[in-house]
Every structure is written in C-alpha cells, then in structure tokens.
Design a protein around this ligand. Structure first.
Ligand SMILES: NC(=O)c1ccc[n+]([C@@H]2O[C@H](COP(=O)([O-])OP(=O)(O)OC[C@H]3O[C@@H](n4cnc5c(N)ncnc54)[C@H](OP(=O)(O)O)[C@@H]3O)[C@@H](O)[C@H]2O)c1
Length: 204
C-alpha cells in the first residue's frame, strides 16, 4: 500500500518509515511542514518525501505521526488534502508533571477528536511501540482500534508488517486506554531505564 507518514521527520515517523522500507512491501512517503526537511529525511531513509499536504495525496493510509500536541491542528490543516483517506492516529494526550507522566484528559481521546475533524475514517494504534524497538524490529504487539472496517484493516495490515502480531482491540474508544497506557509505559521507561513495549498473553 502507499503509506504517507505525516510528521515523518520525527523519531516515530522515521523509525516506521525505515522499517517499512526495509521490509519492502509498501510505498512509503515521509511528510514534513518543511519541504527541505522532508527531502533530507527521505534521502537518508531511501523513501519518498515532501510537504505533509503533498505526501497524503494518493495515499492508501495516512499515519498521523506529528508531535502529539500538534495532532489536532495538523488534522485540521490537512482536511482537504487527506479527504476521505483512512487515517491511523498514533498520538497520546499526555501531561508531564514532576510526579510523572499522566494521561492528559479525563474523557475521550485524541483519536476520537481527529475523527471529528477529518472527513474519512480513523483508526488508532501503535502507541506502545518505542521508536527504538521499532528500528530494532521487536516493538511488541501492535494494538489497533477503530470503528471503521477499512481503516482498521489497513492499519492492522501495516502494523502486522512491523510487529510480530497486530491485534484488533475494538472500537475507537479503546484509544482512551491505548493513549493512557503510553503514560504507564513512559513512567516504566523512566523508572527502569528501558524501552518497554506490550505483549498480550493468552491469545491463540
Ligand atoms: N517516539 C516514540 O517512541 C513514539 C512511540 C509511539 C507513538 N509515538 C507518537 O508518535 C507521534 C510522534 O512522536 P515523535 O516522538 O516522533 O515526535 P517528534 O519527533 O517530537 O515530532 C514528530 C514531528 O512532528 C512535527 N511537528 C512538531 N511540531 C509540530 C507542529 N507544531 N505542527 C506540526 N507538526 C509538528 C515535526 O515535523 P516537521 O518539523 O518536519 O514538520 C516532527 O519531526 C506522537 O504522537 C507520539 O506520541 C511516538
């Protein structure tokens, strides 16, 4: 599939693009707000690149991988360019406090808000993938949720390439747990100085 990674110059976008390029099943494009930055990253990774609004044109799946607090503004800016193309949101709403990382909200999720902004369907997932583990090829299970079959299928297909298992964890509201779990993982990483991922047990 043709995968456009919006914010593809960042830690997560670069790691995902690198792995997908190594695996070789997809056409990968990295996007940026800045054409030169996109081009430099694309050349380094051996993929294609361009401004965010350019790379999403003609994509089968748009991975929204900008810095989390820029997710909603970016979705709004790209409404026309994304059109009805399915979006995979990997963001988590977090609050960084002296006591540790906390979930950023008491209700809802960033992914549900993205769905209210864009015209097409939205899935959410991959929050538990540390960019470092993704590059190493062992990010743990890929947890994907969403209310639209097509967006979820494409996201599961993509996730299944880079993870041992891609697991459907239910409707888009499950993103509240996935995003909240990022706070747990970051606190664990800080406490134990690691790059934790997630593996579910008890599945066939
Ligand atoms: N890092 C991880 O290990 C990891 C793991 C799982 C999920 N995630 C999620 O993946 C997403 C990206 O994380 P990251 O660590 O890659 O973040 P990042 O490196 O801080 O930022 C990613 C990209 O976002 C773009 N950006 C920054 N500020 C922006 C703004 N105000 N408006 C529009 N674009 C902006 C930048 O691209 P340009 O300046 O080139 O436009 C930047 O390269 C986040 O939602 C994060 O929660 C990250």
């Amino acid at each position: 599939m043709r995968v456009a990674i919006v914010g593809g110059t960042g830690a997560f976008g670069r790691a995902l693009a690198k792995r997908l390029h190594e695996i070789g099943d997809d056409e990968v494009l990295v996007g940026s707000r800045d054409a030169e930055r996109a081009q430099a990253t694309a050349e380094e990774l051996g993929v294609m690149g361009g401004r965010n609004e350019e790379v999403v044109a003609g994509a089968d799946l748009v991975v929204l991988a900008v810095k989390s607090d820029a997710t909603l503004a970016t979705a709004s800016e790209l409404i026309e360019a994304i059109g009805k193309t399915p979006v995979l949101c990997v963001a988590s709403d977090l609050r960084f406090t002296p006591e540790g990382v906390r979930p950023g909200r008491h209700q809802g999720s960033l992914a549900e808000e993205v769905l209210r902004i864009v015209r097409g369907p939205v899935a959410s997932g991959l929050q538990s993938f540390a960019a470092a583990n993704l590059v190493e090829g062992d990010p743990g299970d890929a947890l994907i949720c969403g209310g639209d079959d097509r967006a979820k299928e494409l996201s599961l297909e993509l996730a299944g390439r880079v993870a041992e298992r891609a697991i459907d964890v239910g409707p888009l509201e499950s993103s509240r747990a996935l995003e909240g779990m990022t706070a747990v993982i970051l606190n664990v990483n800080k406490r134990y100085k690691g790059h934790a991922g997630i593996r579910l047990t008890g599945l066939p």
